[in-house]
Ligand binder design. Structure first.
Ligand SMILES: [Zn+2]
Length: 269
């Protein structure tokens, strides 16, 4: 089921881990960002769009994690963009002879039988430093983020005031770090500053997972993520509602991710 966020911007949420697909209305069809997880959900999204009479004219993957690079034949064969680094990462993944088996190892067992792999990770890389999505619709600014995953990018649908944040600024997931850089914690703080730079233009924030944040919530989410990262950096226990007894039902496992990160980044690590 599609839900409206702002005029011409809709979301479609997966049942497991609450992935938010984002649909942006263009002139001759829609842009679909991170469409979803299972074959049934992707077909549902395709069906919803068909009922609205909206062909998919472009796709975008915010980053090369399995839950953001899936696709379904019924969504059509429009170009699925990503940053150059995102596309290169996925090309490397798909170049291994046993890539399907390797990818499937990361799928949650509840849905592993219904994650379609044929069109997995077929991303058209945009030249490095591309700042706008090439499509016939409202201006979509690309904000490449030095955090969480290689080639991670957020999108700002400027005229609608909607920030599609990729896997940051979630109300259910704490910051999670790509381990491929020299200083993941400082890189994460730098990525949060990029969000701060555009905060004045944002009315709604759509995280990769969790609920959409309305007016004024962007800055609160930036602060929450920043406090978490700083606590890890400083060897302190974060006071964070996403972990411990205040975690939302079904999200208790986020506390385990936190414990692992604390061990990885904590003092003496
Ligand atoms: Zn994700």
């Amino acid at each position: 089921m599609l839900k409206q966020v702002a005029e011409g911007v809709l979301t479609h949420q997966s049942e497991l881990i609450a992935n938010n697909a984002v649909v942006v209305q263009g002139r001759a069809g829609v842009l679909v960002v991170d469409p979803g997880l299972t074959g049934a959900e992707l077909a549902c999204l395709a069906n919803d769009l068909r009922e609205l009479g909206q062909p998919v004219v472009a796709g975008f993957a915010t980053h090369p994690d399995w839950d953001h690079v899936l696709w379904h034949a019924e969504l059509g064969d429009a170009p699925r963009y990503g940053t150059a680094r995102c596309a290169a990462f996925m090309e490397d993944v798909r170049s291994k002879p046993d890539w399907k088996a390797r990818a499937a190892e990361g799928f949650p067992e509840e849905i592993a039988d219904d994650v379609p792999l044929d069109l997995y990770g077929l991303i058209t890389g945009l030249p490095a430093e591309t700042t706008q999505l090439p499509w016939d619709g409202p201006t979509v600014r690309i904000i490449e983020l030095p955090a969480h995953a290689p080639g991670h990018a957020a999108l700002l649908v400027e005229a609608r005031g909607v920030l599609v944040a990729g896997d940051m600024l979630s109300d259910v997931l704490v910051p999670m770090f790509g381990y491929d850089t020299a200083d993941p914690l400082e890189d994460y703080l730098a990525a949060l500053r990029l969000f701060e730079d555009v905060a004045g233009d944002v009315d709604f924030v759509v995280p990769g997972h969790g609920s959409v944040g309305g007016a004024g919530e962007l800055r609160a989410r930036i602060e929450l993520d920043r406090a978490y990262v700083q606590a890890l950096r400083d060897g302190k226990e974060p006071n964070d509602p996403r972990i411990g007894p205040s975690a939302k039902p079904g999200w208790e496992w986020v506390s385990d991710i936190h414990t692992g990160q604390q061990q990885h980044f904590g003092p003496g690590s």
